[in-house]
Design a protein around this ligand. Structure first.
Ligand code: BG6
Length: 479
């Protein structure tokens, strides 16, 4: 039985794409499961002068792909209210405060607030400061949800953080990384801890290398303008890949609560071996996609809102090292790219010969598939874990354990409402991730790459394979 939650959500950017693609469907699914029932309301704010009715119709429209229960969708939409809003205008915050207070009474929401920043990052600080100066915070809980990117560098992230912390404590800030909402990423810790053999093997005695791949088959689509300011380094590596490394490499937490997990995760981020500028070209490779072999798919430089001479990378691969006793000398190879052959998010843990001591064949690889299989599989030596070696990894008897259909955003919304920060990025983790990535970004910005250097629908530039070959290793997944 779902435990009903209470809150008024104030969604800045309520008319936008993210809200309609991700947030409303996630809230609707929570409505269907009973996590949200009577005691919630959503205020969408944005510049456009929409009426409540029109806003509700857009909300219903955003649900059409996931349900056809018109009646339920209409009932759900009755909890939605729209307020036209200029983020710099103090009067608008006062109106927002009054509306939220009215909805508190109407829906009996316990004065709880979720402030959701689904707007352009340059407004995050302004909105937070107005929430403070116009006194929007209440006696209930007040949680601020921040979408990425959280800054563009260490310095800008610090600036943003200090403007947010004038109004919200670290405890109240929920930095979204939607990869942390994905089922298999969430399960990783449980699987480790429920499998003493695996837990025993996750260190430099038994692991040869770890590989994290987040490949995408799509190009930048209609996000060329944003992507030109990000590149894959900021878009995927600084956040999603770093967080996955945190989950794989962390020590066993004392307990399965947020503080204990973040404590061991922080140690991972603290131990990132930041590269020297002259090591960047040795340990990192960048690429940009060209047309595909048929010429049907455009090169990145021909995409809308992209500079025809752009040097922004759409692919990167690198070797990340951690300096701690558990992982010294074990490379974490990472890669992510647009326009690769298929969409695949996976973690490959490659064991060395010593793994025989723990009863596995030498050179076994344990593969955690995150997507597109939706957390459906763990392979040992390429064979499904059930047939491969039950002693090494076992799972709850429930045959449906992996049949999880819950979207990342739903998982994270529940966590926000429950005040559970396990699956959010803490400030100290983010600082270290930026420090690591900044060196690479600066180095790349100072050199002119030979772009484009990989054809669409391929595995990226050859140098990505050579990076591992130099160490006598190779990518486990190679299309
Ligand atoms: C986002 C990036 O954070 O993650 C996108 O901004 C990328 O560029 C997306 O496409 C990938 O997420 P998912 O869940 O589709 O793997």
């Amino acid at each position: 039985m779902a435990n009903e939650k209470r809150a008024v959500f104030i969604i800045f950017g309520g008319s936008g794409d993210l809200a309609h693609r991700k947030l409303y469907p996630a809230l609707y699914n929570l409505y269907k499961t009973g996590d949200l029932k009577e005691h919630f309301a959503v205020i969408g704010t944005a510049r456009r002068p929409w009426s409540d009715d029109y806003y509700r119709s857009t909300v219903v429209e955003s649900l059409k792909d996931i349900d056809d229960d018109e009646k339920m969708m209409e009932e759900f939409a009755k909890h939605f209210f729209y307020q036209s809003h200029d983020v710099t205008d103090s009067d608008h915050y006062i109106a927002l405060k009054q509306l939220a207070a009215k909805l508190d009474d109407q829906f009996d929401t316990g004065s709880n607030r979720v402030y959701y920043m689904a707007i352009a990052p340059r407004f995050f600080g302004t909105v937070a400061e107005h929430i403070n100066s116009e006194g929007l915070k209440t006696n209930g809980f007040n949680r601020l949800v921040i979408e990425k990117p959280f800054g563009r560098s260490f310095d800008s992230a610090c600036e943003l953080n200090s403007s947010l912390t004038k109004t919200f404590s670290e405890e109240e800030i929920y930095r979204m990384d939607h990869y942390l909402g994905k089922f298999m990423v969430q399960q990783f810790t449980n699987i480790r801890l429920n499998n003493p053999q695996l837990e025993k093997a996750l260190n430099n005695q038994y692991v040869s290398n770890v590989q994290v791949t987040l490949s995408e088959s799509l190009g930048v689509e209609d996000r060329g303008g944003y992507y030109e300011t990000a590149g894959v380094l900021r878009d995927m590596i600084q956040n999603h890949i770093m967080q996955i490394i945190g989950a794989v490499a962390m020590d066993k937490p004392a307990k399965l609560d947020s503080d204990s997990i973040h404590e061991v995760k922080r140690d991972v981020f603290d131990s990132l071996k930041v590269l020297q500028p002259d090591e960047v070209d040795r340990d990192f490779v960048r690429g940009q996609y060209d047309e595909d072999a048929t010429g049907k798919l455009k090169a990145y430089r021909d995409e809308d809102n992209v500079d025809p001479k752009s040097n922004i990378e759409t692919f990167a691969a690198g070797k990340i090292m951690l300096e701690n006793s558990r992982w010294d000398n074990v490379p974490f190879y990472v890669r992510s790219g647009k326009r690769m052959p298929v969409k695949s998010s996976r973690i490959d843990i490659v064991f060395n010969d010593k793994i025989k001591e723990l009863g596995l064949n030498p050179n076994t690889t344990v593969i955690f598939l995150i997507e597109p299989e939706n957390g459906s599989s763990i392979l040992v030596n390429g064979i499904d874990y059930k047939e491969a070696n039950q002693d090494f990894i076992s799972f709850p008897e429930d045959p449906h354990f992996f049949d999880n259909e819950r979207e990342a955003y739903e998982n994270l919304m529940i966590d926000i409402l429950d005040g559970n920060k396990i699956h959010f990025t803490l400030w100290n983790e983010l600082q270290n991730a930026w420090k690591y990535v900044d060196v690479i970004r600066n180095q790349w910005d100072n050199e002119t790459p030979d772009f484009p250097n990989y054809m669409s629908k391929t595995m990226g530039p050859d140098a990505a394979a050579e990076l591992l070959e130099r160490d006598g290793n190779s990518w486990v997944w190679d299309d």
